[in-house]
Design a protein around this ligand. Structure first.
Ligand code: SAH
Length: 388
């Protein structure tokens, strides 16, 4: 069994298949359905990838698996430790046809009583949010389900190595590189594995999908999964949001908030939606804009996550001063909105929100750069074809 992703191999990788797909695999191969549960426990809970060590499987099954499947994960290209305990991994996700390598970033953020893993869903991102470093890299491709859940597996194993075998991951957020709802079919099985008791068994409140607002996909997500939803709002009106988050031209705030309400009403969800709001000095951080935001969210169960802007080279923006952030938060709180101001983590290793750049190879990134520079409208058309 190989322990790293080999794009040339012809053997199917069992990693990334959710329980239903694994059960189907075993039934189709004349085995009992519950083999799926056994394999999942070996791989995700005990970290075993060599089938010979899966001792409750018969010798003949192990032989057959060894000949027909692989259990392979991305490999760590580099590891970076921040002074605040945050760890960032650059994970190798294989070479493209032209031989250039792609790598994505995954970040572990320890807190007093939880450990959050921030994972990526795409190599780069097509959405071109003006304040995000990933956007600068352009878009290369969607990650596969195995690469998405692989980030959790690699981080979990590595943390166990570092911290005396303890499992430190309690939460997973899709806030790394990429737009998860534009890679829905691969994000879905990965989330199912996070929630599945035979894999990571996380509670549905511990898994957060963050989106820039792909309206039809929010509805789709709502039907098939029950997880925490975070919306990258960042502006109190369409005029500013069109600039900061260009996908807003396709799905404006009114449609986005209508989708959020549908999300909350479906299955009678009791929790609120988190709205992320990056604090950009002089752009979206005045008291008047805070009041506009209150109006916007007045009939929706909302929490607001204020994110002090994390800078990167030539971003062109400045982080709002602490005083402006405090005043903005005060307006929201005095209107009974729950506000959490996110503390920047891992800035010294470029691991904070929006600083993830990875390694995005190939032409798609240059094409995207061209589009960004000269014809934003083209991008909207491209997104349309990708997401519906
Ligand atoms: N595409 C998804 C998830 C990726 S970004 C989304 O848009 O939600 C995760 C969060 O970090 C988003 O709220 C994003 O807008 C925010 N972010 C991006 N760049 C940032 C920056 N430079 N500083 C602070 N937050 C940033």
């Amino acid at each position: 069994m190989s322990s790293s992703v080999d794009t040339n191999t012809e053997l199917a990788n069992l990693v990334g298949l959710d329980r239903a797909s694994l059960e189907q695999y075993f039934v189709e191969h004349g085995e009992k359905k519950f083999r799926a549960q056994q394999i999942m426990q070996w791989v995700y809970q005990r970290g075993v990838t060599d089938v010979w060590n899966m001792t409750d499987l018969s010798k003949s099954l192990r032989e057959s698996l060894q000949n027909h499947v692989r259990i392979a994960f991305p490999t760590i290209e580099s590891e970076h430790f921040s002074a605040d305990g945050t760890i960032k991994w650059l994970l190798n996700v294989g070479k493209d046809r032209d031989g250039k390598s792609n790598a994505i970033e995954t970040v572990y953020i320890p807190e007093t009583n939880r450990g959050t893993l921030c994972i990526s869903s795409q190599v780069g991102c097509a959405l071109d949010c003006t304040f995000c470093a990933t956007a600068r890299q352009g878009f290369n491709r969607n990650l596969t389900a195995e690469e998405i859940i692989g980030q959790v597996w690699v981080a979990d194993q590595r943390l166990r190595d570092l911290y005396e075998g303890k499992s430190l991951l309690t939460n997973v957020v899709f806030m790394g590189m990429g737009e998860p709802l534009l890679n829905f079919s691969n994000v879905l099985p990965a989330v199912k594995l996070l929630l599945d008791d035979y894999a990571y068994g996380m509670g549905k409140r511990k898994v957060t999908v963050s989106t820039s607002g792909i309206v039809p996909k929010i509805d789709e997500l709502s039907k098939v999964l029950d997880v925490s939803l975070a919306i990258s709002l960042h502006a109190p009106n369409d005029e500013i949001r069109n600039e900061l988050v260009p996908i807003n031209r396709k799905y404006p705030i009114k449609e986005l908030l209508a989708a959020c309400k549908r999300y909350l009403s479906n299955k009678n969800r009791k929790e609120s939606i988190t709205f992320e709001y990056v604090m950009l000095q002089g752009v979206n951080d005045s008291e008047q804009q805070a009041r506009q935001l209150v109006q916007l969210l007045k009939d929706i169960r909302a929490k607001i996550n204020l994110i002090p802007f994390n800078s990167f080279e030539q971003s062109g923006y400045k982080r709002s001063s602490q005083e402006r952030i405090d005043r903005f938060a005060q307006v929201l709180m005095s209107n009974d909105i729950v506000v959490i101001t996110r503390r920047p983590r891992g800035e010294d290793i470029a691991a904070a929100c929006g600083q993830l750049a990875g390694q995005v190879a190939d032409r798609a990134s240059r094409a995207n750069h061209y589009i960004r520079m000269y014809e934003r409208s083209l991008l909207n058309r491209r997104i349309e074809t990708e997401c519906v």
